[in-house]
Design a protein around this ligand. Sequence first.
Ligand SMILES: NC(=O)c1ccc[n+]([C@@H]2O[C@H](COP(=O)([O-])OP(=O)(O)OC[C@H]3O[C@@H](n4cnc5c(N)ncnc54)[C@H](O)[C@@H]3O)[C@@H](O)[C@H]2O)c1
Length: 361
Amino acid sequence: MTTPLRIAIIGAGDFAHEHARSIAGLPQLARLVAAVDPTLERAQALCVAHTITSAYTDTTEMLRQEQPDVVAICSPPHTHAALTIQVLRAGAHVICEKPLALSLAELDAIRVVEAETGRTCTGIMQWRYGSGARFVKSLVESGKEGIPLLTICNTLWYRPYSYYEEAPWRAQWETAGGGVAMTMGIHAMDMTLWLMGEWIEVNAITSSLDRDIEIDTLALAHVRFNGGGLASFVNSTVSALQESYVRIDTQLLTIELTHLYGYENKDWRFYRRPEQSVETWHDAALRTWEHTFGSEPGSIATQYAHVLPLLRDGYGTPTDIGALRPTYEFLAALYKSAATGQAVKRGTILPGDPFYSSMRG
Ligand SMILES: NC(=O)c1ccc[n+]([C@@H]2O[C@H](COP(=O)([O-])OP(=O)(O)OC[C@H]3O[C@@H](n4cnc5c(N)ncnc54)[C@H](O)[C@@H]3O)[C@@H](O)[C@H]2O)c1
């Protein structure tokens, strides 16, 4: 039996508890050894709630004392890149909450440090890991259902004023890195971009309606994919009826997902074209996919279960920086398109472009 990875958590706020619960549920793979938060009481509360031995207020001190194998970063977005670089240089792998970086410049800087240190950074993007998304990815990639033609991807969520008052970083460009697209729609858009293949152009509009905050509460985008498929992305934090919805129409099939913050197998549905009456081998695959792909939800626990063995054995992960960069480039293009009123093509936001170093340009 291999020794469990020693994991520390940096940032002991609301969502750190989900990480701690998820890691604690994998005792064969990992052991929580420390929590860090500038507010000692928060670090201590996380330790008490999840039986973690040591609470710290200082990351440098924690890294020196504990020498963890992996560090989970759950602090606010504006701290992610600097903490990731510090942790990689201290010799640990990083699993970092979204948004992993505030810009392509930060993302590329992390890549340089990965190459220097031989340690890797994995972004949290838990919806890529559930059984349903992995099955649909294999279905689309097989090409047996034809190419994806049209995709609808809606993140229609609701965040009251109190959400921003409890943690003011959530309402500001400088600390959140963007609004609904960057911090909420990122989950569904990332999964959809990953399922659809290479995006090539985006046209977007954003608005900050109905909340007295500087970041976007509405972000809409039309996207063109290599191969000609089109997508509509709609993101909101001001929608009373909340829903996360993804629908992919391929040439032979409609794939539909309806849920809110994390899907299960039952949330995925598959529909044949109306005129198709003869059962194909693939219809059998649609009925039996759960036998092959299991019943893992799109959750933080599922992501840890997949990623920790890969890190332990020295592999990259499905959401390492190389795998996630197209999504962050897409976000930069979305915000650039919304700011300039122009379509933005993939590969055009390069060093020197204001949108390379900030989503706000
Ligand atoms: N993947 C998801 O589904 C999901 C869901 C919710 C939040 N998140 C992400 O998790 C992160 C944290 O969100 P939250 O809602 O828990 O925030 P939060 O404000 O509740 O907690 C953040 C904590 O980080 C601490 N902190 C601030 N600066 C720090 C630093 N330099 N070093 C260490 N700790 C520091 C704060 O004191 C606070 O306790 C964000 O990036 C957010 O986008 C992800």
